[in-house]
Ligand binder design. Structure first.
Ligand SMILES: C[S@@+](CC[C@H](N)C(=O)[O-])C[C@H]1O[C@@H](n2cnc3c(N)ncnc32)[C@H](O)[C@@H]1O
Length: 376
């Protein structure tokens, strides 16, 4: 299939960014330069701190100045400007009305700033309303708690969306539902990376008063080699910085920590040994957290090789309580079948202790009827 690069209607003509120093302007500048676009910064300030960041510059009067329209027209003609980017809602509104007559060929390259900013909030609200409209009928052995309110769930969706990482909407929906049907205990996540699913679990832990969240991840490039079938995941993983990922994880989780989040920077097998012998976890960022040592929800999203996924399940599943949930992420995974084989083998070996199991989104959800090693 041939795909032709989509060119916007401004073609190769320069884009004017005005006012140039707003954070969104600088974000737009970065993307435009990366795409090789010709841009000109512009401001009404005598001394604009962002001026040096722009390859070309012009000064315009404030939009309230009667000379603004004429000077803008002059600039458009002088520089052959094809489009204007402005994140300022007032400037956008008036330019949107003014350009049709002033310079009919020149377009605003962005949609209304308010609509742009609100899009994610509206989408989160819509998603939540859909979720609450049709609840997921779970054959759970734990009675459902009352669903969190629309605004609480919409906040969860919105903030989850802002954190980069992997968690499809169907999986998120199922996580919300199993959290309602969860008993009290620790939530343990194997594989947290930048903290997207960790954030979701941390919020669900609070919304349904489940317990504390322990994140387990070595945050080391060495542990990210998973020998996926075509090697495609390993090539990309080698390009990311695991130390930086931990910093990003902390930045994402700290604002939501109510003394109920912490992490062990260890491979999962070592972390399981540590957790079995000592349930206190102390880190400079999150302080000291005491866990119960009994798991209500175990989320496995670590290394996806068959060997690693099996080891994760083997070292942690024995700590899951009766009625507890085991979630194996990427059970459906285009790069290999490690999590699926490990999940299927677990189910085959423990059929008599599993009450229900289902796949939603990319993940496998298993609810135990009895603990595997008698820890009740
Ligand atoms: C797919 S990412 C996790 C994504 C994350 N849950 C999210 O919401 O975006 C896989 C993570 O597993 C971690 N990992 C690799 N080997 C591990 C191991 N032996 N024990 C625990 N985590 C491991 C990696 O460092 C990486 O952060």
């Amino acid at each position: 299939m041939t795909i032709t690069a989509v060119n916007t209607h401004v073609g190769a003509k320069p884009i004017l960014i005005f006012p140039a120093c707003m954070p969104r302007s600088l974000e737009y500048l970065r993307k435009a330069l990366a795409e090789g676009r010709d841009v000109i910064g512009s401001s009404s300030l005598g001394l604009d701190p962002s001026r040096d960041k722009y390859p070309a510059w012009l000064t315009l009067p404030y939009i309230t100045d009667p000379a603004f329209a004429a000077e803008l027209k002059q600039a458009i003609d002088d520089f052959d400007i094809g489009g204007i980017y402005t994140p300022n809602p007032v400037v956008w509104y008036f330019l949107n009305r003014m350009l049709k007559n002033l310079a009919p060929g020149v377009v605003l390259v962005n949609t209304s700033p308010a609509d742009t900013e609100l899009h994610g909030y509206r989408a989160a609200l819509q998603q939540t309303e859909q979720l609450l409209e049709t609840s997921l009928p779970l054959a759970s052995n734990i009675a459902a708690k009352e669903a969190a309110t629309t605004i609480e769930l919409a906040a969860l969706h919105r903030h989850a969306d802002v954190i980069p990482g992997m968690c499809d909407h169907e999986k998120l929906r199922a996580l919300c539902e199993i959290a309602r049907h969860s008993r009290s205990g620790d939530i343990v996540e194997i594989g947290s990376w930048w903290g997207k699913s960790a954030f979701i679990l941390a919020r669900l832990a609070r919304l349904y008063q489940i317990g504390k969240l322990l994140c387990v991840d070595p945050w080391s490039n060495q542990h990210m080699v998973q020998n996926d079938e075509r090697g495609m995941v390993d090539i990309v993983s080698a390009q990311v910085d695991a130390d930086e990922a931990l910093v990003v994880f902390e930045m994402n989780l700290l604002p939501y920590n109510a003394n109920h989040v912490n992490y062990l920077r260890l491979p999962s097998v070592d972390a399981a040994t540590r957790y079995r012998s000592d349930t206190n976890v102390n880190t400079p960022a999150f302080g000291s957290t005491d866990y119960s040592g009994r798991i209500a929800i175990l989320h496995i999203d670590g290394n996806h090789s068959y060997h690693a996924a099996s080891a994760d399940i083997a070292s942690w599943s024995g700590l899951v309580l009766a009625g507890g949930w085991i979630v194996v992420d990427d059970y459906v995974w285009p790069y290999g079948d490690g999590p699926q084989r490990a999940g299927d083998e677990f189910m085959a070996a423990h059929q008599d202790k599993i009450d229900s199991a289902f796949v939603m989104g990319s993940a496998l959800f298993i609810q135990l009827s009895a603990p595997l090693d008698g820890n009740a």
